[in-house]
Design a binder for this molecule. Structure first.
Ligand SMILES: [Zn+2]
Length: 230
């Protein structure tokens, strides 16, 4: 199993690692700073260096439970090669800002989330909601929350604790990461938002900077899509 360093520190931009497996799609390492596609967040991109050779990592995802760094010619490397990773930080940092912003959006709309997606400088959540919220009001409230500079903290609870508090799960389309017996929880401020999440976030809400615009689309009687642009 690859050690997933980004879980506890999402600010690692480079790291050394060792090749443990070569697959047709890409490479598996003993440790990584690359986030694998999941929960609406894209997999990380970047590059790795070995000697004077540079290899592009065009994406990261789980394939058959292995965290694979996608490359065009994985057979350029061999098992036990030591490499240096470099994350495409401008993309990843933007995903962290957008992701954290979507947690704030979630806190302002107390309805079930049925879908979502994180992109470069923009993201969206779909809510099981009949009436469109007021766009200007929402934009104003989001930017106020960002300015409060709340701390974003990581903790964990037991599976059984989540079973006893099913309301903690806000996103119906993404299952909380189970399997280890512990579930990773993300908290913003004391009580702004608290929910299971496996993604990468900024440490403080002021790092989101600001939301420049919001768009709300009708995607069915009980489905409103809210798009935020940073
Ligand atoms: Zn999250």
């Amino acid at each position: 199993m690859t050690i997933e360093l980004f879980r506890n520190n999402s600010y690692l931009k480079e790291h050394s690692s060792k090749v443990v497996k070569i697959l047709p799609e890409g490479l598996v390492f003993n440790e990584t700073i690359f986030y694998p596609e999941g929960g609406g967040q894209p997999g990380d991109e970047g590059e790795l260096n070995i000697g004077n050779k540079t290899i592009n990592i065009i994406g990261t995802k789980y394939i058959n439970r292995e965290l694979v760094h996608l490359t065009e010619k994985p057979d350029q490397l061999k098992k036990n090669d030591n490499i240096n990773f470099f994350l495409d930080w401008s993309k990843r940092y933007s995903y962290m800002q957008v992701h954290t912003c979507l947690h704030l959006l979630c806190s302002l709309i107390p309805y079930p989330v049925t879908g979502g997606s994180i992109g470069y400088k923009r993201g969206r959540l779909d809510f099981d909601l009949e009436t469109k919220p007021n766009k200007e009001e929402l934009l104003d409230k989001l930017n106020q929350l960002i300015l409060k500079n709340y701390e974003v903290s990581i903790s964990s609870i037991k599976d059984s604790e989540l079973d006893n508090n099913p309301d903690l799960v806000r996103t119906m389309s993404v299952k909380p990461p189970r399997g280890s017996g512990e579930i990773r929880m993300i908290r913003i401020g004391d009580n702004v938002d608290y929910q299971p999440c496996g993604g990468t976030h900024v440490n403080r809400t002021s790092e989101i900077s600001s939301v420049s615009s919001i768009k709300i689309e009708n995607k069915g009687k009980m489905n409103k899509r809210i798009i935020v642009n940073l």
